[in-house]
Design a protein around this ligand. Structure first.
Ligand SMILES: C[S@@+](CC[C@H](N)C(=O)[O-])C[C@H]1O[C@@H](n2cnc3c(N)ncnc32)[C@H](O)[C@@H]1O
Length: 212
């Protein structure tokens, strides 16, 4: 899954992953992180998700990273904000009010650039990456966020049924990637209505990861 794959998806507007409302697990479980208003929430591989609108509307600051400038420009436009754009070392920074989105590859984002964050929200980020990258991704997130608590949403289905992304990430894999850094708790799961892409049964799972 290289950068060109995702750039192409955004150029062709093939963004079936983009939901038209905030994710129900975000709405239900994010308050359980008990963050103060103004807390800094990191949203890796953020797209132009309405989850960001929800986080901002609930008084949080959002720091995201996304490869596609098309996604970032749409996000700001849909938020009704005009970003100031500056260059960081390997990534560009789009900033307005309580939001800062880095344009670039997550693996190029350093802890110093990200700054301190109070929580991470991962929906369709881990599961957007192929298995070889997921190992590195989980470690990188723990590293640059200094193991900030996380609400993670994964998807579990028969990988033989469909090629990813999104990729199936089963319980044992979540535990394998994250238990070195976090205490991992499954919060809930539900069946994806109509199955994944209407083709195979799939379960969405919410996880709370607390720093060890
Ligand atoms: C499956 S989408 C999910 C977007 C968003 N989290 C949501 O829930 O709508 C994955 C997003 O990650 C971006 N992406 C993929 N690989 C990336 C990388 N290595 N660094 C930064 N962004 C990446 C893609 O452009 C795409 O917008």
């Amino acid at each position: 899954m290289d950068e060109a794959f995702w750039q192409n998806k955004w150029e062709l507007n093939q963004i079936g992953f983009h939901e038209n409302k905030p994710h129900p697990f975000l709405v239900r479980f994010f308050p359980e992180l008990c963050l103060e208003k103004g807390a800094r929430v990191f949203v890796p591989l953020c797209g132009k998700s309405l989850d960001i609108h929800w986080l901002l509307a609930h008084g949080f600051s959002v720091i995201g990273i996304e490869l596609s400038i098309i996604a970032i420009e749409s996000l700001f436009q849909e938020l009704g904000l005009v970003p100031q754009i500056t260059q960081a070392s390997k990534v560009q920074r789009f900033v307005a009010e309580n939001i800062c989105i880095y344009a670039g590859n997550i693996f190029a984002l350093t802890q110093a650039e990200l700054g301190e964050v109070d929580a991470t929200y991962d929906r369709a980020a881990l599961i957007a990456l192929p298995d070889t990258m997921r190992i590195e991704y989980a470690r990188h997130i723990a590293d640059i966020t200094n193991k900030a608590p996380m609400l993670l949403v994964t998807l579990d289905y028969d990988q033989a049924c469909l090629n990813g992304p999104p990729f199936s990430v089963r319980t044992e894999e979540v535990l394998r990637h994250y238990t070195e850094f976090y205490t991992v708790q499954m919060l809930d799961k539900h069946a994806v209505s109509g199955g994944l892409k209407g083709k195979c049964p799939a379960t969405e799972v919410a996880w709370h990861l607390a720093s060890k």
